[in-house]
Design a protein around this ligand. Structure first.
Ligand SMILES: NC(=O)c1ccc[n+]([C@@H]2O[C@H](COP(=O)([O-])OP(=O)(O)OC[C@H]3O[C@@H](n4cnc5c(N)ncnc54)[C@H](O)[C@@H]3O)[C@@H](O)[C@H]2O)c1
Ligand SMILES: [Zn+2]
Length: 262
């Protein structure tokens, strides 16, 4: 195979070669090289006047649903136009060599489009809007941006009123977990199961500051399971993990696949 694996340490390669059941735990950095900004990156761009972390809250929704709905439609469009990067594809291909469980904090569908089965979307999905009252899934046309909408032409976030539920006429909301909300119980249970059952955890592109999600790698370490972090920068998890790989997802994960596939 290619010489990518030469850039990973032998400790990292040994850990991966010995593992049978690998859980991948991904965050926003996983999709950065697909052109989907992390919240921190986003603040340097189009949305610099709005703090994305404060738009992704119950309070923002209650104050101004049209602002929040418009922001989510923009994010859905951005993700629909993005493609999985070599990191997503390497994780999908790793499943040909090892049992791989993908647990993601991401609300995009790039792991799935790369061919992975995601066992837990801890923070929900951009593509599963639902009713605020009866929780019925919404499949109507109100998830489309208006025709001819050009996001780059907007200095202000688009204000778009959320559509109404077809069952009870209440407001439809994004199917994501906002800061301050509890995680879906099933998604959390499946994630815990994957983390505690695996013999290696790969943490990719997460700052490790969003709880309770960040508890999962901590739990693996407490149980004696090695954790390898892939992050271009030091994160809150870095001091605790078994190995830190300072490579981007799209570079480090293909290198890891090469090392296992040799
Ligand atoms: N794509 C998405 O679905 C998306 C995008 C933005 C935010 N979010 C949400 O934001 C919350 C923020 O938490 P988080 O920890 O996932 O993200 P975060 O924005 O807090 O941290 C991103 C981390 O990724 C690292 N990073 C950036 N580019 C990278 C790359 N190319 N390769 C490897 N690492 C890279 C950064 O150093 C940082 O530590 C999550 O709940 C998530 O649901 C999701
Ligand atoms: Zn309803």
């Amino acid at each position: 195979m290619s010489g990518n694996s030469a850039t990973l340490s032998t400790d990292v390669i040994d850990l991966v070669r010995r593992a049978h059941w690998i859980t991948v735990f991904s965050g926003a950095g996983m999709s950065a090289e697909s052109g989907v900004p992390t919240f921190r990156d986003a603040q340097t761009g189009l949305w610099e006047r709005y703090d994305p972390a404060s738009l992704a809250t119950v309070e923002a929704w209650e104050d101004d649903p049209a602002l929040v709905w418009g922001w989510y439609l923009w994010r859905m469009k951005l993700v629909s136009e993005a493609q999985p990067n070599p990191g997503h594809r390497a994780i999908a291909a790793l499943a040909d060599h090892r049992a791989v469980m993908v647990v993601t904090q991401n609300v995009d569908d790039l792991h799935e489009r790369a061919g992975s089965e995601v066992i837990s979307h801890l923070h929900g999905s951009l593509f599963e809007p639902r009713c605020t009252a009866c929780r019925a899934p919404y499949h109507g046309t109100g998830t489309r941006l208006p025709a001819g909408f050009d996001i780059t032409a907007y200095a202000e976030p688009p204000r778009i009123e959320p559509p109404s539920c077809h069952e009870c006429l209440s407001s439809v909301r994004p199917g994501v977990v906002w800061f301050g909300e509890g995680l879906p119980r099933d998604a959390w249970r499946r994630a815990e199961h994957a983390i505690t059952g695996s013999d290696l955890v790969l943490v990719v592109g997460t700052s490790g500051i969003v709880y309770p999600a960040a508890e999962l790698p901590e739990r693996a370490l407490a149980g004696g399971t090695p954790v390898i972090e892939f992050n271009i920068e030091e994160s809150a998890l870095s001091p605790h993990v078994t190995e830190s790989v300072r490579m981007s997802a799209a570079v480090g994960l293909p290198a890891l696949l090469d090392a296992v596939g040799d």
